[in-house]
Design a protein around this ligand. Structure first.
Ligand code: TMP
Length: 207
């Protein structure tokens, strides 16, 4: 069985950059790595991604179910097979994004979110969640203001609820979550990610 690591964070937190950097570093050490971004990684995931970010108006419940559908496909098609082959699976966003955005951000019932997440993930949970925590204003300012998707266009209050949601999730399970200040220079963040990931992979015999 491989190891499952996810990156989470608000807009402009730098998680995609860090997820790619971790993949490169692991591959340089000879590890077999699969990196995907949610919503994406499958044909369905890419279509859902386009729809939820750039498509017509969607209510909170359809949005929740769309993310769930995309995730269920990704888990079946990519995550489970790769872990079974002993690979390291890195996902840039996973079920905790749904809890943070659709739960804390949109205000949907957290119990219902849990049910959808459980169904979509088939009960799979990351071994480690790396949360890149940044001030919402500075995170959003890293994004190109001329082409903001539907989430990036949300009010600051929405993004503050998302950030607060992530911090609560991390505080509930400190042994599984690694919280890093995403405003630090990229190199420092990469080092902190590595310091957290290395012991986990060593303990599983993957490094
Ligand atoms: P990004 O990660 O490429 O910025 O875009 C994904 C957007 O979709 C981001 O704004 C967060 C949002 N999102 C949710 O609202 N719920 C989810 O479950 C996922 C995976 C993403």
């Amino acid at each position: 069985m491989g190891v499952f690591i996810t990156f989470e964070g608000g807009e402009g937190s730098g998680k995609s950059t860090q997820a790619r950097a971790l993949k490169r570093k692991l591959e340089a050490r000879g590890c077999r790595v699969v990196l995907e971004h949610e919503p994406g990684g499958t044909q369905l995931g890419r279509s859902v991604g386009r729809w939820v970010k750039w498509g017509g108006k969607t209510g909170p419940v359809p949005e929740l179910l769309l993310f769930g559908a995309a995730r269920a496909q990704l888990v079946t098609e990519v995550v489970k097979p790769a872990l079974k082959e002993g690979k390291i699976v890195i996902l840039d966003r996973f079920a905790d994004s749904t809890t943070a955005y659709q739960g804390y951000g949109r205000g949907l019932d957290l119990g219902q979110i849990q049910i959808v997440n459980y169904l979509a993930t088939q009960g799979m949970r990351p071994d480690m969640v790396v949360l890149l925590d940044v001030d919402v204003r500075s995170g959003l300012s890293r994004k190109d203001a001329t082409k903001r998707d539907r989430f990036e266009q949300e009010a600051l209050e929405f993004h503050r609820r998302v950030r607060d949601g992530y911090r609560r999730l991390a505080a509930d399970e400190p042994e599984r979550w690694l919280v890093i200040d995403g405003s630090l220079p990229k190199g420092e963040v990469s080092k902190l990610v590595w310091d957290g990931v290395e012991p986990l992979l060593e303990s599983r015999g993957l490094l």
